[in-house]
Design a protein around this ligand. Structure first.
Ligand code: MG
Length: 301
């Protein structure tokens, strides 16, 4: 079967920009695409690269789309290389959308998570900008010093709504000294749900070792940004949470089959994609996200 392909690059302003230890992210660029078969059925997909998580760049994805010259076969989709995981996700999802073979029925209703602005601005949002129904929040750390951020954290926790839970995300920005300072503090704070990616990818053994000395749950994110890395962390017995950015993890059917065979404490997470990939990732989350944890997506209000 041959499908016609149309693709549409987008540039979306992130307002407010997202400040992480990687820097300030103010424009989300990606590509939406549409497959049409000879009966006129359509399927949508989205390429939302995140090169600092090891995916292809937008330029490479565009090159791939251009080289198709408006057509792709099911066989060509199957052999999209692993070096283009976002293209795999997009074309795989579009084909599933077209053939109506996307993820099966929901197992769980989803709870959502509100990403707070980095630094002191989080206090203003907690004071007046809460999204209705949300009780799980996320705050980026490892942008300022431990002294500054730990003092701010205590003020944030004072303002959390009742039953509020807070995830901290270091984006791999801590070192052996600061991870211990953070974990010693977090162990005293019951509203902390988990600390995400304290050390950079490649230091999973060290994270696991630190985790054994503290009660606070640790989560891997950057360390499991591909299915191969997920498999490796699983084989090494990672005991904590796995944050899954499905939109950058290759074919959705492959990921779903893997998760079917390897149940784990998963939190599906956004890469600030548009509604196209968001709906497809949330369909996976309704089957494979941990039922007691919020997904790492904003609710649509
Ligand atoms: Mg993260």
């Amino acid at each position: 079967m041959t499908y016609s392909v149309d693709y549409f690059p987008y540039h979306n302003l992130l307002n407010p920009p997202l400040q992480t230890r990687y820097g300030c992210w103010s424009i989300r660029e990606g590509i939406t695409l549409r497959l049409i078969d000879d009966e006129g059925r359509t399927g949508w997909g989205e390429i939302a690269p995140l090169p600092w998580f090891g995916t292809e760049t937008l330029a490479l994805a565009l090159e791939f789309c251009q080289a198709l010259a408006g057509q792709i076969t099911a066989q060509q989709i199957e052999i999209i290389p692993a070096q283009l995981p976002c293209c795999q996700f997009a074309f795989g999802s579009a084909l599933a959308d077209l053939t109506e073979t996307a993820a099966g029925p929901s197992k769980y209703p989803l709870a959502y998570c509100q990403l707070l602005p980095t630094g002191e601005a989080a206090l203003d949002v907690l004071a007046q900008g809460l999204l209705p129904g949300v009780t799980t929040f996320k705050w980026k750390i490892a942008v300022q010093s431990f002294a500054v951020e730990s003092a701010l954290l205590l003020r944030l926790l004072d303002q959390l709504p009742p039953q509020g839970r807070l995830r901290l995300d270091a984006n791999g920005g801590l070192d052996f000294a600061t991870i211990q300072c953070w974990l010693a503090l977090l162990d005293t704070l019951p509203a902390i749900e988990f600390l995400e990616q304290p050390l950079p990818p490649g230091q999973e053994t060290e994270m696991q070792a630190f985790g054994q000395n503290f009660r606070t749950v640790l989560a891997l994110d950057e360390s499991v940004s591909s299915l191969a890395q997920l498999q490796q962390a699983y084989d090494q017995g990672w005991p904590g949470v796995y944050v899954l950015k499905a939109a950058i993890m290759g074919f959705p059917t492959t990921l779903a089959q893997w998760l079917e065979a390897h149940p784990l404490d998963a939190v599906f997470s956004s890469v600030l994609e548009t509604a196209v990939a968001r709906c497809q990732v949330l369909a996976l989350a309704r089957r494979y996200n941990h039922p007691q944890r919020a997904v790492g997506f904003r609710p649509i209000c």
